[in-house]
Design a protein around this ligand. Sequence first.
Ligand SMILES: Cc1ncc(C[n+]2csc(CCOP(=O)(O)OP(=O)(O)O)c2C)c(N)n1
Length: 419
Amino acid sequence: MVANVYLEGTYSEVYPDVPRAEEGLRRLFRQFSTPGGIPSHVSVPTPGSIHEGGELGYVLIHAFGAAFDNPDLVVAAVVGDGEAETGPCAGSWQGVNFLNPARDGAVLPILHLNGYKIGGPTVLGRRGDGDVRAVIEGHGYEVHLVAGDDPGEMHAAFAAALETCYAEIRAIQAAARVRGVIGRPRWPAIVLRTPKGWTGPTELDGLPVEGTFRAHQVPLPDVRTRPEQLAMLEAWLRGYKPEELFGRDGAPAPDLAALPPRGDRRMGANPHANGGRLLEPLDLPDFRDYAVEVARPAVEHRESTRCLGALLRDVYARTTDRRNFRLFCPDETHSNRLGDVFEVENRCFVGPTLAIDDHVSADGRVMEVLSEHLCQGWLEGYLLTGRHGLFATYEAFAMVSASMTVQHTKWLEGTAKLP
Ligand SMILES: Cc1ncc(C[n+]2csc(CCOP(=O)(O)OP(=O)(O)O)c2C)c(N)n1
């Protein structure tokens, strides 16, 4: 990701001391995964990032949070096959049951099966194409499989799959925006099968590296002490033909520099990934208006969260046009005494509804799903793309998603240090 936003120019705009020239390249490489430099995974200083890349499991959840109330946005979300084993990720495929094709944007999951995690095989990586297809189709997606190991062929095949998926997404949305939402659409998803450590060193000390767990992160661990590994590293990097990719001054060659989109269309400059650029203040009523009159002590019997429910009801009413507020709750809106919101809003559910359902509709904006991970992560994606919301949960079960909250807090702490 860092290399991509460097090549498209965003990195040097944000960090002028890392220009697209020889000195910039040197800094870019030296600071990577170095104390005082930048982390080895996507993190706060990466332009266009909205979350830490460290803790796995949340990519699809954040993608759905970003897509809600963002009708023109298509969020591509790459899921590792190791990441796919996590509980939060396993639950997150359900997002399509809450995604309204007329009102929301779209999520394009790209399940990347490279067979291994750090040390062992992955569950889905070892399953045949038919099984993987059945799992993803069972969640309600239309699967597009792209598999192989020839870079040129795979590049063309993947580009074609993206074109097909994009056309399908726009067709689903166009239909729903003309004739209304009729049931849950079958959204496209890509299953991508490639070797782990693809095009990296094939073998080390007689053991295969490419296509195995040994390729994870650092395929040549001893370049400092073993000259033959240093030679392998050099041969590998020269395989990219840097003399064709960069000019003598170290800047990307003009034909490559011309490839990325311009301005805000670049990945690292997308305003949705810099929510501060889109943020509008939340239209909040004065909380004093919800105060309880207490003429004398110990005569009133009230519940404080009911007052909050009335306030939230009015926040919904005031944001009907702007659509920049949602309540996220693991099936506890009523039991948390916030039920007044149902005077003006419904529960969101994009699927069959029955006459006896209570305030359930595809247009609903109260997000009730029995998963604290989804509630927390949807809210996070929604907030970080410039909107507002609230995650209401029982204190006992708030712990279910506590580490997500810690990651988010860590991320916010990091942003506070950035100009
Ligand atoms: C929740 C969580 N547990 C453990 C880890 C440690 N970890 C880092 S990478 C990794 C394997 C990831 O495998 P996969 O998702 O298949 O990605 P790949 O590197 O193969 O593309 C693990 C377990 C983590 N980052 N997050």
